[in-house]
Write a protein that binds this ligand. Structure first.
Ligand code: SF4
Length: 392
């Protein structure tokens, strides 16, 4: 879980001015153990009182449900991006049962633009399980929570410690970075031995008292001070005993991941538009890119798109117009889409109702759309675009 650290957050993004040298010198490397109080915990709890984040929407009325939704949204996503999505989501789905009872399209609609849509599908699936197996009450035990779709060991620990003050360690991306630097854990942190070691350290550092404050504090220190690129060691309360700091290895720990070569994927998408401006969309498969979202029909070649237009849209000689390319970066590749705009007079010859719909950008249905496709469809209603189509 990165909480957007890769993109960086400033330490005073929430108005928490940090003071140079704050809290130095109170901790030893580790002397607590499972039943003791680790010096790190004491230091971080104290630090959080003055400099941690206290005003985020999910920090109020901390029910397991509210914390759960925030933890899922914060995976791979910066806090500032999440906040408006979170507020809209909680307004629409105020309870687990409300979420479970909603159509998945409603959930994906509110997730549009947040990315990593498997998170939304898992959230919905888990809500349905909680409704059906736990009468809508968030499960009581760690094992039950960790067994829900989309919830792993660290997320389960975070939910239970933050909302119920139960002592469970966490090891998201931020915590992994802080602990590996503090304890000087070098090498590939994705290897099993390193992960086990970090879990053990996280467990030893996690206090029995004020666990909810400690959990929030170590998340905050990772997000705002011990950042990936430019850790602010001079402002860090852990600086005195931090091994990475002492050995000037902040930029070597955690070891940078080996860069994978990015690839490009080129596809064509047909923008079949009727006179009322509605556009044909298809629901994408559950797995894969933009899983479960509504999208333009996609083809590997332009000739395949033309064939579809001929056979399914009954266009005798389709001459689609090339719109501006869409480029969208995914984690490991860049998707480059050539949209092909064509007019479509009548109904489709073949149409599988549950998997296709005519979407009118002027009266948009509540469905989930990939953000770049939504932008393209909205652009189609632009008067300049309409004029261009009329000229054509
Ligand atoms: S001293 Fe620097 S490297 Fe060490 S935990 Fe603090 S911010 Fe991270």
């Amino acid at each position: 879980m990165s909480r957007g650290v890769a993109k960086g957050e400033t330490p005073d993004a929430k108005g928490n001015a940090l003071e140079r040298g704050l809290g130095h010198g109170t901790q030893k490397p580790l002397a607590g153990g499972p039943r003791g109080v680790s010096p790190i915990a004491t230091t971080l709890v104290e630090w959080h009182g003055r400099h941690g984040r206290h005003d985020l929407p999910w920090q109020h009325d901390r029910t397991p449900y509210r914390v759960w939704v925030s933890e899922i949204m914060l995976q791979q996503t910066q806090v500032s991006t999440v906040v408006p999505y979170y507020l809209r989501f909680m307004e629409r789905f105020a309870s687990i049962t409300a979420l479970a009872n909603a159509p998945i399209d409603d959930v994906l609609h509110l997730w549009t633009g947040l990315g990593y849509y498997a998170r939304a599908r898992n959230l919905h699936r888990a809500a349905v399980r909680i409704r059906d197996e736990f009468s809508g009450e968030f499960p009581r035990t760690f094992e039950q929570v960790a067994d829900l779709p989309g919830i792993g060991r660290s997320t389960a620990g975070a939910i239970l410690s933050l909302s119920r003050h139960e002592r469970f360690p966490i090891l998201d991306g931020n915590v992994k970075r802080v602990l590996s630097r503090y304890f000087g854990i070098e090498g590939d942190l994705s290897e099993r031995a390193a992960v086990e070691k970090l879990w053990a350290l996280s467990d030893e550092c996690t206090p029995h008292e004020k666990v909810e404050i400690y959990t929030q504090a170590i998340m905050d220190i990772g997000a705002t001070v011990c950042t990936r690129r430019n850790p602010l060691c001079s402002y860090c309360p852990l600086t005195e005993n931090c091994i990475a700091r002492r050995e000037n290895k902040q930029h070597e720990i955690p070891a940078p991941k080996k860069a994978r070569a990015r690839r490009e994927k080129h596809v064509y998408m047909l923008v079949a538009q009727k006179d009322d401006d509605s556009v044909l969309l298809e629901r994408r498969p559950e797995t894969g890119v933009w899983g479960g979202l509504w999208c333009l029909p996609e083809f590997e070649t332009e000739s395949a798109a033309r064939l579809f237009a001929t056979q399914s849209l009954r266009l005798p000689q389709p001459e689609p117009r090339h719109l501006d390319l869409i480029e969208h970066a995914f984690t490991h590749f860049d998707l480059i889409v050539t949209p092909l705009l064509t007019r479509c007079e009548g109904p489709m010859a073949v149409m599988e109702a549950p998997r296709s719909l005519w979407y009118n950008p002027r009266q948009p249905a509540r469905v989930g759309l990939p953000a770049p496709i939504k932008a393209l469809l909205t652009g189609l209603t632009d008067p300049i675009m309409s004029d261009e189509r009329a000229i054509r």
